[in-house]
Design a protein around this ligand. Structure first.
Ligand code: MTE
Ligand code: MOS
Length: 777
């Protein structure tokens, strides 16, 4: 019973159970690191950041800082007792710059003091002797100079060069998409507490406690077993606390080890934005061959990511970009080249979608250009290129798309929103409106679930049943607001057939569940849910045996339902059975483990079956653009997302809505702007514009695809949801392009980068009108 698979909803899996911290979030009772009561003598810390994007550090004078009353410790790279390297993939990534600053905002030194004011005042007094060096500040410059943080990645199928030559129509183009700041409400923060014998306990706002553990151990020169990392919850992360949290936790730990006192390091928002990485901006170059009906015959695509100063997670982000440059389309002859360009800017990192959005934006821009040139509806061109169920269902990296439901999803969306009627309304509006023009577009999305690197697809869990029948659950996943804890609790409740309220999830802790992967790639509930199910099933099996022996029935005749255990006509509460197990000296505690089956990946050839399965979605969005100012509004968005047999429809709908709005921000208002001197000038909410509540479309409907259990044996046949819906926001960007096109001649190309800020939209309008050149992007 209760094997993974479609099962009847109980009070566990598939129920819209409220987020375990919902009340805590809205009342302010949920404890974040900054709310934690601090141990006695805790010091507050501040960072000294590089003023220059590229400079030799001739010296750092800490004397004036150390003289500030209350200052207890000041450290530079030279004071790191272990190895100054926290690179998550490649080596050579210092926590504190060592002799060389490679971006404006890079941490150079850190101060710990009795008060935050003293720490910040002292940080401002640190004298740094810089010898400025020439800085590379754009992808173009990096390409020209041949500067990369990692080797190029090439994914190729067939003979794209020959196929391009033979194609009846050949089109090419270049465009850019911008980066994105995570803008988590809770900034980066850590509290490091020294213990006996150089032990270090670190409370960190991190998606990856194990990586923080490793980073701190390296910096302090300790074995992993002397470092413990705990995280109860993050106030948002979005990929920004996958590797970047290690820098903050690492520096806090170095200060704590030095001062032999607990240290709290919490970055002010501006420093957070200056010092830590963001979504990768990409430069995209494409050359496509199509037939007269818009069928893609060949594509040569270059995706050049602005990595910033070091690799961090860039190679993996680029791999995922390559793996999503096909989106839903069969392209027989294709080459996608991924470049990790080194610039003297902050090192970019994971951000919801992890390169997938950039890869998908590229192919959607290509198809949009093809459709406009051929004067065909974009949806018609897409439908001609969708993966089929015949030989046209293999991705460029060699994975068969076995679970393809994209036609079902797009058809269902088109039907529920009456797409033809909607189009007619938009066209009618535009016919009667000279200045404000509307645009309408859809987007289909296929997103691969699993970490590209098979090794990372593993998880552990620890479950205890107490003698009152209450359950303590711990697993390697972290809670960042996405509802992972309640989902995994639901899985365990389902396994024991008890109310989810009986299951208490405890803070993620490297001493409870070791050697974990980041909570990322949307795979949190897939991985940790299965590990927890494994642990719960082990305990349930033991409990069933005790029940069977007690009542003299074969174990197959024992069942669990509605908080009770049954053996033929006898039954007792789950708690009574737990008590009985204890009295019979049977363990009520177990670890669980899971590794994703079926996956493999060859990084050298960029081929394999990196994903256990795909999720699908589709969206339609309507925008209104003021063609005199470039300002825009998203008026309506309709989303349909495949979540398999959703573990928790309420949580999943929240994820879909949030991801879509965050994607809208990336594609419209959120602009990271560096000046010619390499200084980020948008480092706070006054200049960096995330969507506000009034940017949410007034008509905004998200739906889950119904009756669509995962055909793979995931936890209760659910599918991951965290990242995929972000890419549904491409419909907004395409709708803006549609509005811009409405003022141009039929067949004219739209030149519009992302984000489609008012200045870029206005420039695009002017270009397509054939008027004077615009003044931006
Ligand atoms: N939702 C909230 N509220 N806060 C977040 O930080 N991060 C997103 C997504 N949803 C995030 C979120 C990202 S980048 C990922 S990879 C997934 O959640 C991670 O959690 P999951 O694997 O449990 O879905
Ligand atoms: Mo999400 S970008 O995989 O943390």
């Amino acid at each position: 019973m209760n094997a993974p698979g479609p099962t009847a909803p109980r009070r566990g899996a598939h129920a819209s159970v409220r987020h375990d911290s919902a009340a805590g979030h809205v009342t302010g009772r949920a404890v974040y690191l900054d709310d934690m009561p601090l141990p006695p003598d805790t010091l507050e810390a501040a960072l000294v950041l590089s003023r220059h994007p590229h400079a030799r550090i001739r010296g750092i004078d800490l004397a004036a800082a150390l003289a500030v009353p209350g200052v207890v410790a000041a450290v530079t790279a030279a004071d790191i007792p272990g190895v100054n390297d926290i690179g998550p993939i490649l080596k050579g990534e210092p926590a504190l710059a060592d002799g060389l600053a490679e971006y404006a905002g890079q941490p150079l030194a850190a101060i710990a003091a009795a008060s935050l004011e003293a720490a910040r005042a002292a940080a401002a007094l640190v004298a740094v002797d810089y010898e400025e060096l020439p800085a590379v500040l754009s992808v173009e410059q990096a390409l020209a100079a041949g500067l990369f943080v990692a080797s190029p990645q090439v994914m190729v199928r067939g003979d794209p060069d020959a196929a391009l030559d033979f194609a009846p129509l050949r089109l090419s183009g270049e465009l850019r998409c911008g980066g994105q700041d995570h803008f988590y409400l809770e900034g980066q923060i850590a509290i490091a507490v020294p213990g006996e014998d150089r032990d270090m306990l670190v409370y960190s706002s991190t998606q990856h406690p194990t990586e923080v553990q490793h980073g701190v151990a390296h910096l302090l020169g300790l074995p992993f077993n002397q470092v413990t990392v705990e995280v109860r919850r993050m106030g948002g992360a979005f990929g920004g606390k996958e590797s970047q949290a290690t820098i903050i936790a690492g520096i806090a730990a170095v200060l704590a080890a030095r001062a032999r006192r607990p240290v709290k390091l919490r970055l002010p928002r501006d420093d957070d934005m200056l010092a830590t990485g963001k979504r990768h901006p990409f430069l995209i170059r494409w050359d496509a061959g199509v037939d007269a009906e818009g069928r893609m015959l060949a594509l040569d695509l270059v995706l050049a990511a602005d990595a910033g100063n070091v690799a961090d997670l860039t190679p993996a982000v680029v791999t995922r970009a390559l793996c999503h440059a096909d989106n839903c389309y069969w392209i027989p002859d294709i080459r996608v080249t991924g470049l990790s360009c080194k610039t003297h800017k902050v090192s970019n990192t994971a951000f919801r979608g992890f390169g997938g959005p950039q890869g998908m934006l590229a192919i959607e821009a290509v198809l949009d250009a093809v459709a406009r040139r051929l004067r065909l509806p974009l949806d018609t061109v897409r439908a001609r290129n969708f993966y089929g169920t015949d030989s046209r269902n293999v991705t460029p990296y060699g994975m068969v798309v076995e679970d393809n439901i994209i036609e079902r999803v797009t058809a269902e969306l088109a039907r529920t929103v009456d797409l033809p009627g909607w189009r007619a309304e938009v066209d009618a509006f535009n016919a009667g409106s000279a200045v404000v023009k509307k645009g309408l577009a859809t987007v289909p999305v296929k997103f691969g679930i699993s970490f590209n690197l098979p090794t990372l697809n593993q998880a552990g869990a620890l479950v205890h049943v107490y003698t009152d029948g209450s359950v303590h659950l711990n697993h390697g996943g972290t809670e960042m607001g996405q509802g992972l804890f309640v989902k995994v609790a639901q899985v365990v409740a389902e396994a024991f057939a008890i109310d989810v309220g009986m299951v208490r999830v405890s803070a993620t802790n490297t001493a409870k569940v070791p050697n974990t992967s980041a909570t990322a790639a949307s795979a949190g509930s897939d991985l940790n849910g299965m590990a927890a199910l494994n642990a719960a099933e082990t305990i349930r099996g033991r409990m069933a045996e005790v029940m069977a022996a007690e009542h003299g029935v074969p174990v197959e005749e024992v069942s669990f339902d509605d908080g009770r255990a049954f053996a033929r006509n006898r039954n007792c509460s789950f708690g009574e059975l737990a008590q009985l197990c204890w009295s019979r000296r049977v363990s009520l505690s177990a670890t669980g483990f899971y590794r994703t089956p079926k996956i493999h990946w060859d990084q050298a050839t960029c081929t394999g079956r990196p994903f256990f399965y795909f999720t699908y979605g589709a969206a339609a969005a309507e925008v209104a653009v003021d063609t005199l100012t470039g300002e825009l509004r998203v008026l309506r968005a309709e989303l349909l997302q495949d979540c398999g047999a959703s573990l928790n429809p309420a949580i999943d709908l929240g994820q879909i809505e949030g991801a879509f709005v965050q994607g809208m921000g990336w594609l419209t208002s959120e602009e990271l702007w560096w000046d010619a001197g390499g200084q980020l000038r948008t480092h706070g909410p006054s200049t960096y514009k995330i969507p506000g509540s009034r940017d949410v479309p007034p008509v905004f409907r998200a739906r889950l695809l119904e009756n669509a259990p995962n055909r793979e044996a995931t936890v209760f046949r659910s599918k991951a949801v965290g990242e995929p819906p972000l890419m549904l926001a491409l419909s907004v960007w395409l709708a803006i392009r549609d509005a811009v096109a409405s003022v141009g001649a039929p067949g004219a190309a739209v030149e519009l980068d992302a984000p489609a800020t008012p200045s870029r939209v206005l420039a695009a309008v002017r270009r397509i009108r054939g008027g004077r050149e615009g003044w931006a992007g």
